[in-house]
Design a protein around this ligand. Structure first.
Ligand SMILES: NC(=O)c1ccc[n+]([C@@H]2O[C@H](COP(=O)([O-])OP(=O)(O)OC[C@H]3O[C@@H](n4cnc5c(N)ncnc54)[C@H](O)[C@@H]3O)[C@@H](O)[C@H]2O)c1
Length: 318
């Protein structure tokens, strides 16, 4: 079975990927620095053994040594600073981890010879949409926030390593993920936590911004399809097609919990807030046969139920 080196495997999506990878029988090595967003508790339920390296991807020596020791055939690069609001208050760690860290990993992978480098990007690299339309893989990048600029840089570095050095990089651009184990600073877990506690729920501007919501297990499955059948040099958008306004996400959660809309508090908009993201994901659907299995209505109910059972974990994170 193939050896996977997974960066950011103790994070929200990375840990779902690791759980599925181990179940599928892959030989898995995780590298994670366990930032505020990383937590090995997410991997507690993993039944088979996997190797864990507590390391920072910006530490050249550590990265080179881990790649040498594990000789992975596939690198799956999830590790990142991931919260837009934090990037607005302090962009530097985003440039360090997302840009310099990605560069270091690409360079170490180039030296070692791998079958595939899966570079996890985001739909945010395209910038925002007003009106209709969807981003295609060929849409020019036009990122708005320090976070999305750092991700666009990492995305383009991956493509440069393919073109210049022949490193077999495949680029993945998923839409907004949600599901169990998401760090409680993002819209959905914040809303669930505050709704439960009968606290005010902050919503930017009038909550009109639109995101395309993808259940985390479906995102991880897309990456397995890419590992098995994706081609180096390609870019794959991964979206559910289910667009929701933030306000509708929040009221859906309030309905599930039987809470009142009076908990909603509109707050000053995020600076530079992208209005809408929407992906055209025809390519991964037609070329690789991937499609999401979990509709938003089912996924959000599962997510709320999971948080209801894991309030202690959320409390420890805040
Ligand atoms: N969450 C989303 O909706 C979404 C959507 C599209 C793309 N993405 C991308 O998917 C990836 C995972 O996102 P997430 O939401 O799971 O993020 P997350 O913040 O939950 O997890 C990030 C993980 O990376 C680790 N990490 C951070 N800096 C590191 C460093 N310097 N060295 C080693 N490890 C480090 C953290 O400890 C954490 O475990 C990111 O690349 C993100 O940009 C996320």
């Amino acid at each position: 079975m193939e050896r996977l080196l997974v960066t950011g495997g103790a994070g929200f999506i990375g840990s779902e990927f690791v759980r599925q990878a181990v179940e599928r029988g892959y030989d898995v090595t995780v590298v994670d620095k366990l930032s505020y967003a990383g937590d090995l508790e997410r991997l507690k339920t993993v039944k088979r053994v996997f190797t864990f390296h507590h390391a920072d991807i910006t530490d050249r020596e550590a990265v080179v040594q881990i790649i040498k020791a594990t000789s992975p055939s596939v690198v799956v690069h999830w590790a990142a600073e991931s919260h837009v609001d934090r990037s607005i208050s302090n962009p530097s760690p985003f440039i360090e981890t997302n840009v310099s860290g990605t560069l270091l990993l690409l360079e170490a992978s180039r030296q070692s010879g791998i079958r595939l480098f899966v570079n996890i990007s985001t739909d945010e690299v395209y910038g925002d949409l007003h009106g209709d339309g969807r981003f295609h893989e060929t849409t020019p990048l036009n990122p708005s926030s320090p976070y999305s600029v750092s991700k666009a840089s990492a995305d383009m570095l991956g493509r440069a390593y393919l073109r210049t050095y022949g490193v077999p990089v495949v680029t993945v651009r998923p839409s907004n993920n949600y599901g169990p184990w998401q760090y409680p600073e993002k819209l959905i877990p914040v809303t669930i936590w505050r709704a439960f506690r009968n606290e005010k729920i902050p919503v930017y501007a009038r909550g009109e911004n639109v995101r395309e919501w993808l259940f985390v297990a479906d995102c991880a499955e897309a990456v397995f399809d890419i590992i098995q059948r994706g081609r180096p040099g390609e870019i794959y958008n991964v979206g559910s097609g289910e667009e929701k306004r933030n306000i509708d996400v929040v009221t859906t959660i309030l309905r599930i919990l039987g809470k009142s809309d009076e908990q909603i508090e509109f707050v000053q908009d995020r600076p530079g807030h992208d209005f809408r993201y929407a992906l055209n994901s025809d390519k991964i659907r037609s070329e690789l046969g991937w499609k999401p299995k979990t509709q938003f209505a089912e996924g959000i109910a599962k997510t709320v139920a999971w948080y209801a059972d894991h309030m202690d974990w959320v409390k420890r994170k805040l």
